[in-house]
Design a protein around this ligand. Structure first.
Ligand SMILES: [Zn+2]
Length: 168
C-alpha cells in the first residue's frame, strides 16, 4: 500500500532508505511506511459432488461470477481468514484448505493468496455484500467466471487440473 500522508497524524511523509528498500517516514511521529501490498485471500469452493460455488457481487460485476475473497483480519493466518470468509459469505464450513498460488493486483496494490477448499454441500447463508450464490458444474464455470479486473478466472485455471483429476 502506498501512503502519502501519515495514517496516525496526517503529516506529509518524507522519503528515506530502510536497508535496501525505499521507505517513507512521518517527520512528526517517526512512523515508518513501506510499500507492502495489502494481503487478501481468495477461495475456490468445491463440494463433494465436484460442484464449484460462485458468488454474484454486483459491486464487482453485474454479469460475471466470482470466487470468495476477503481482507485478512489482524491476528489471523491465511487459512483462518479463508475459513471465516467462506463461512461469512456462503454459510459453508471448510473441511480442507489447500494453498494454490498468489496473485498481485496492481490497481489496488493487493496480494491475493489463492486457495482451493472443500466443503460439504449445505444451506446458503450470505452476507450483505453477496447478491447471489450458485453451484456450477466444472464445465459450466468458464462461461460465467469473472476475468476482467478480477483473479477468479486465473485461480480457477490454476485449479483446473486438480479439479479434473478430483485431487486437491
Ligand atoms: Zn505521523
Amino acid at each position: 500500500m502506498i501512503f502519502k500522508y501519515c495514517a496516525e497524524c496526517g503529516t506529509k511523509l518524507e522519503e528515506i532508505r530502510c536497508g535496501d528498500d525505499d521507505c517513507k517516514i512521518c517527520p512528526a511521529c517517526k512512523k515508518i511506511y513501506g510499500s507492502s501490498p495489502v494481503p487478501v485471500i481468495g477461495a475456490l469452493v468445491v463440494n463433494e459432488f465436484h460442484e464449484i460455488l460462485l458468488l454474484k457481487q454486483d459491486y464487482i460485476s453485474t454479469k460475471k461470477w466470482t470466487i470468495v475473497t476477503g481482507y485478512m483480519t489482524d491476528g489471523e493466518n491465511a487459512e483462518e481468514s479463508v475459513v471465516r470468509e467462506v463461512k461469512e459469505e456462503t454459510g459453508q464450513n471448510v473441511l480442507k484448505c489447500r494453498y494454490v498460488s498468489s496473485y498481485y493486483y496492481e490497481p489496488k496494490q493487493l496480494i491475493m493468496l489463492g486457495f482451493i477448499v472443500s466443503v460439504r454441500k449445505s444451506a446458503f447463508t450470505k452476507s450483505a455484500e453477496v447478491n447471489a450464490l450458485k453451484w456450477y458444474r466444472l464445465e459450466e464455470v468458464d462461461a460465467v467466471i469473472a476475468r476482467e479486473n478480477n483473479y477468479s478466472g486465473i485461480l480457477f485455471d490454476n485449479c483446473r487440473t486438480m479439479l479434473e483429476k478430483g485431487e486437491w
